[in-house]
Design a protein around this ligand. Structure first.
Ligand SMILES: Cc1cc2nc3c(=O)[nH]c(=O)nc-3n(C[C@H](O)[C@H](O)[C@H](O)COP(=O)(O)OP(=O)(O)OC[C@H]3O[C@@H](n4cnc5c(N)ncnc54)[C@H](O)[C@@H]3O)c2cc1C
Length: 525
């Protein structure tokens, strides 16, 4: 058996565990995080993607609302590369009670959540797919957040402060020495060897599995209640702003633009086993209906992928154990020295991904108190690796990166792998050439698309690089298409019909080729 020795073992590689290991390492503790699979494979990889402004909780859970608002601002500062500043709207749909928006604005003021009512006209101008019958719209500072970027960023930060992050290390046992935690035994799922990590403290951040971990240490079952929710990613960004229904939190009331898709969610059902989370068909239909209520035509978009995650909620005495929808989203630290007489172990539950840094601060503060240490938290001040330039993520950044190195020499014809420099060189050498003359040397438009994609690019280059004459360039294009057509129409059957229909859609639909400026003579010299 392999042996390690450390001050703190953090169990769970979700957002909470990564926040905690980073915090502990930054306060000078020797820390090891163990995760049974990969980072962010639990709830953190199965959430809705919303960086909460706090708006969602201004009426139902004011404490969580304030925490979200404050942490939202901190994450934008320290972890910008994981956050997209989409902004958010709370909208009152045609059948919703418009008076709730007044309660919302009052709650926002009381909880310090920035919120401003805007005109319906303005909301529809910015999000034209919204149901035009909306009655009211309130703007908030919602964003979208990439859970994986977030945990890997925190892992790199923790490692830079000396922590170890061990993935595929499943905790099998927690050993005690009398009334103290003494060691954590893990199975290295990839290497096959067991690892014994002796430690003075265990921080249990296993989310919905936290109860199982506590039991391994012989503690009373922890009151973590898994609240399952499903989400569906729709193709495209149907909206660019987070759209929330301005109602008391309910099912399917949020649509979040995340990277290139939009995610509708979610439901909230009490489950017993976080390893087996169903995606019931009725809930899928419920989500599609909920999307349709906000965005007419939503159901016509393609649903790409559905998944289910389980909130690690802390049992809330105000509601029944089945009623996870109305349980508080607030975080709680359970001190096992008080609940079970077990020293050196704390469990954390509840909270949100948005508040992961604050959750870590709370549990490490509690550990400090038990150890009699005074080591202040500094996680809100230090920028996480990868976010040094403090530039928030934008959905177009990959395209921008690609374009940067491709602008000089993009591929103009994918079928024949003809690039920009090849085309421009010949264009300059033969200023009177038609596209057909160039085609014969470069194979422009001779592949499967028969000019569908490359011809417009060639026309653009002819205009910008050679003649600076849109009329002549579009004349070259029209002539080229005419000549291509001569050899296409006699074989217009099967797959070729589909390709030609697509080409026609590109030329007639997006370029309106028939009405482009053209020289009087169609034959261009
Ligand atoms: C449907 C849904 C939608 C949500 N939407 C949002 C949202 O839009 N915005 C937001 O801020 N929050 C959202 N949340 C809440 C947020 O996702 C969670 O609060 C957060 O991800 C919890 O992280 P965690 O680290 O506590 O738990 P997890 O991410 O579940 O991490 C626990 C880890 O412990 C590991 N583990 C378990 N057993 C062992 C073992 N024996 N050994 C080692 N490791 C073990 C698991 O593999 C897991 O990776 C949503 C939650 C759900 C369920």
């Amino acid at each position: 058996m392999k042996r390690l020795d450390t001050d703190v073992v953090v169990i769970g590689g979700g957002s909470t565990g990564l926040g905690v290991v980073r915090d502990a390492a930054m306060r000078g503790y020797r820390a090891v995080l163990v995760e049974r699979v990969d980072l962010g494979q639990g709830t953190t990889g199965r959430f809705h993607g919303l960086l909460h402004s706090g708006g969602r909780y201004v009426v139902s859970d004011p404490g969580s609302a304030t925490e979200c608002a404050e942490e939202n601002a901190i994450l934008r500062r320290i972890q910008a590369s994981a956050v997209e500043d989409t902004g958010g709207f709370f909208v009152t749909l045609a059948d919703d009670d418009p008076a709730y928006a007044d309660k919302f604005l009052e709650g926002a003021k009381a909880t310090g959540v920035p919120a401003t009512e805007i005109s319906v006209k303005e909301a529809l101008r910015r999000e034209p797919r919204l149901d035009p019958r909306i009655q009211r719209a309130i703007e908030v500072a919602d964003g979208s957040v990439d859970g994986w970027q977030l945990v890997w960023g925190a892992a790199r930060s923790a490692e830079a402060h000396g922590a170890k992050v061990l993935t595929y290390h499943r905790v099998m046992k927690i050993e005690r020495d009398g009334d103290r935690v003494a060691a954590v035994i893990c199975r290295d799922e990839k290497g096959g060897e067991d690892v014994r990590i002796t430690c003075t403290f265990v921080l249990n951040c296993a989310g919905p599995w936290a109860g199982q971990i506590a039991e391994m240490a012989g503690a009373e079952p922890v009151a973590v209640v898994p609240g399952r929710g499903i989400m569906i990613a729709m193709n495209h960004r149907l909206v660019n702003t987070v759209i929330n229904r301005c109602v008391y939190p309910t099912d399917g009331d949020i649509l979040v633009p995340v990277h290139t898709v939009s995610i509708i969610g979610t439901t909230d059902i009490h489950e017993t086993d976080p390893d087996h989370l169903p995606i019931p068909r009725n809930e899928v239909q419920q989500m599609l209906d909920a999307g349709e209520a906000m965005i007419p035509g939503f159901r016509k978009a393609r649903a790409l992928h559905a998944w289910s995650g389980s909130r690690p909620l802390i049992k809330d005495q105000r509601v029944s154990v089945e009623d996870t929808r109305h349980m508080s989203r607030g975080m709680a630290v359970i001190d096992h020295s008080q609940t079970d007489g077990l020293k050196g172990m704390l469990t954390i539950g509840g909270g949100k991904l948005t508040t992961y840094r604050l959750m870590a601060e709370h549990i490490v503060d509690a550990m400090n108190r038990q150890l009699g240490e005074e080591r202040p938290c500094t996680t809100a001040d230090e920028v996480i690796p990868g976010s040094e330039d403090r530039k928030l993520y934008t959905v177009t950044h990959r395209l921008e990166d690609r374009e940067k190195d491709r602008l000089d020499d993009q591929i103009i014809c994918e079928c024949e792998l003809m690039n920009r420099s090849m085309f421009v060189r010949l264009l300059k050498e033969q200023p009177n050439a038609t596209f057909d003359d160039l085609r014969r040397q470069l194979r422009l438009g001779m592949g499967p698309c028969q000019g569908g994609f490359c011809a417009t690019r060639a026309a653009g280059l002819a205009c910008s690089e050679q003649v600076d004459d849109a009329e002549r360039a579009s004349g070259l294009l029209r002539l080229f298409l005419k000549h291509r057509w001569i050899g296409i129409w006699p074989i217009l059957y099967g797959q070729q019909v589909r390709q030609t229909a697509l080409d026609h859609w590109i030329f007639a639909g997006t370029l309106d080729v028939e009405h482009l400026p053209q020289p009087e003579e169609e034959i261009v010299r």
